[in-house]
Design a protein around this ligand. Structure first.
Ligand code: MG
Length: 262
């Protein structure tokens, strides 16, 4: 019995060392006073919205090489397809086939896209960092709809802010996060909104496969990214850039390619 207890304690120590966890389940992040989302019982960043169930991903979701008709956005060597969102030169952040968004600064593609299929791989710092910021980045489709990137294995925030969420709108259906420091993947299919003049004829939709697991299933996007307020109005346009958010955390990216679906 004593031996067993010693084994258990040793395992716990190893677990604690390998997975930094600085938050307890009773410590609920989020808000109780946000506006209700349209046609929803949940408020923006609702503290009581259930956390997505954890699902251990399988294997084989990394390393997808670009198909023949893909536009390669980052192959490990250069960021020629990108520019800084603030107009400054891109920082020197490439090392070992990946780049660090904290060093490059927030970047967006020079080319703009409507309907598209996007593959990218990302890795959060081993941390721990401040909860609201640990591994915080994001993929902004159409320049304005955020698929959240955040450390969501050892930590968590409000349900609509975890990795794979349409930020501030829809939590991921489940949480297939890998440990911080491990590479993860998004495969995204995006349908751009359609307009006739200023009038929207059909909304934007997104399907997100996170580490090989569907976490958004042809989900209608309610509006542009917002924090603690209702989603913003859609921008009236046909195409927008893919933007990678810089949020003061050294999230790394690699193997990024896109297929326009037009
Ligand atoms: Mg973010």
């Amino acid at each position: 019995m004593r031996q067993c207890l010693r084994c258990c304690l040793a395992e716990l120590v190893v677990l604690a060392m390998s997975v930094p966890s600085v938050f307890s389940a009773g410590d609920l992040p989020g808000y109780t006073d946000g506006p209700f989302l349209p046609n929803s019982r949940w408020r923006v960043h609702d503290q009581s919205r259930p956390q997505p169930k954890k699902v251990a991903p399988g294997e084989g979701f990394l390393g997808a090489t670009p198909p023949e008709d893909a536009v390669v956005l980052f192959d490990g060597t250069n960021l020629n397809a990108w520019r800084r969102s603030d107009g400054k030169p891109i920082g020197d952040g490439i090392a070992e086939g990946a780049f660090n968004i904290r060093k490059t600064g927030q970047i967006q593609t020079k080319e703009e896209f409507g309907d598209c299929q996007l593959h990218l791989e990302w890795c959060t710092p081993t941390g721990p960092e401040d909860r609201m910021n640990w591994g915080n980045s994001g993929v902004h489709l159409f320049g304005c709809f955020e698929i959240q990137i955040l450390e969501s294995y050892a930590s968590f925030i409000y349900a609509d802010g975890n990795a794979g969420a349409i930020y501030g709108q829809f939590p991921p259906l489940v949480n297939p996060a890998e440990k911080p420091g491990k590479w993860q993947s998004f495969d995204i299919v995006f349908t751009a909104p359609r307009f006739e003049g200023e009038k929207m004829m059909s909304p934007a939709y997104v399907t997100v496969v996170y580490n090989g697991v569907v976490v958004q299933n042809h989900q209608e996007i309610l509006g542009a990214i917002a924090h603690r307020t209702l989603p913003g109005a859609y921008p009236v346009r046909e195409r927008g850039p893919v933007l990678l958010q810089e949020h003061h955390s050294g999230v790394q990216f690699r193997n990024i390619w896109i297929r326009p679906l037009e």
